[in-house]
Design a protein around this ligand. Structure first.
Ligand code: NDP
Length: 246
């Protein structure tokens, strides 16, 4: 069993979906878990659930697209828990439309949250990680960052961009025992994919060799592996979790 007792993890977008499942896995492994969301009406409930695993849990309201807010939150966590061992950059949005109809606002929103949000959070935690000679950073990409997808020029650009970010940062901080990896989920059952209509879901499932949607747990297991001692020598890579789609 993976043990993370005494470690502190920060997960962006931890209130629901993949982020919440990641928090649970890390809490069960013994890590204290902190999470950031824009606004969360379920923050208290999530905190209580995580504490049932015998760990500390703290919610911070904030926008990952705002560097100043990210810095303040990271500083507050450092002060309370004295360190951040694990950062999971999970927060993400979609603003889908065909490129011809895509507004500049929909491009900016997705890039600012899904890509610049990762810059902001890494910027906020990297110095203390380097100083303490330990850090595990996981960035949530997507299969569409590799394959492209009609209607997602903005989203796939951000998800492809963060792969370059992950590889480069990994090289810069590897000698200080800070690893930086990405996870690229395929078609995962979540609020994000519940928005698709039945015909869209059917079409997507036809492309999944394993013939099922991924679960939140499939992704959280990947995160748990990459932050565990089993992955100590893995950095700058992408773990594809997609049932064989890519
Ligand atoms: P959800 O939409 O279920 O959850 C996203 C979370 O991110 C929410 O908690 C949301 O908070 C938070 N969030 C959004 N914007 C911000 C922001 N600006 N600042 C802080 N928090 C924010 O997403 P999923 O769980 O489905 O996806 C998680 C990650 O995995 C995303 O990066 C997504 O792109 C990626 N992914 C998902 C796939 C899927 O099939 N679901 C497939 C491939 C990749 P709030 O509740 O306040 O809005």
């Amino acid at each position: 069993m993976i043990k993370l007792k005494g470690q502190t993890a920060l997960i962006t977008g931890g209130s629901r979906g993949i982020g919440r499942e990641v928090m649970e896995k890390l809490a069960i492994a013994g890590a204290n878990v902190c999470f950031i969301d824009l606004i969360s009406d379920v923050a208290g409930q999530v905190e209580a659930e995580m504490k049932e695993h015998g760990v500390e849990c703290a919610f911070f309201e904030g926008n990952v697209a705002d560097l100043d807010q990210c810095t303040k939150i990271a500083d507050a966590i450092q002060e309370r828990f004295s360190k951040i061992d694990i950062l999971v950059n999970n927060a993400g949005i979609t603003r889908d439309s065909l490129f011809m109809r895509m507004s500049r606002d929909n491009w900016d929103d997705v890039i600012n949250i899904n890509l610049s949000g990762i810059f902001n959070m890494c910027k906020a935690v990297i110095r203390p990680m380097v100083k303490s000679k330990y850090g595990r950073i996981i960035n949530l990409s997507s299969i569409v960052g590799f394959t492209g997808n009609a209607g997602q020029v903005n989203y796939s650009s951000a998800k492809a961009g963060l792969i370059g970010f992950t590889k480069s940062l990994a090289k810069e901080v590897a000698s200080r025992n800070v690893t930086c990896n990405a996870i690229a989920p395929g078609f995962i059952k979540s609020d994000m994919t519940d928005k698709l209509d039945e015909s869209q879901k059917k079409a997507m499932l036809a492309n999944v060799p394993m013939k099922r949607m991924g679960t939140l747990e499939d992704i959280a297991n990947g995160v748990l592996f990459l932050v565990s001692p089993m992955a100590d020598y893995i950095t700058g890579t992408t773990l594809h979790i997609n049932g064989g789609m890519f």
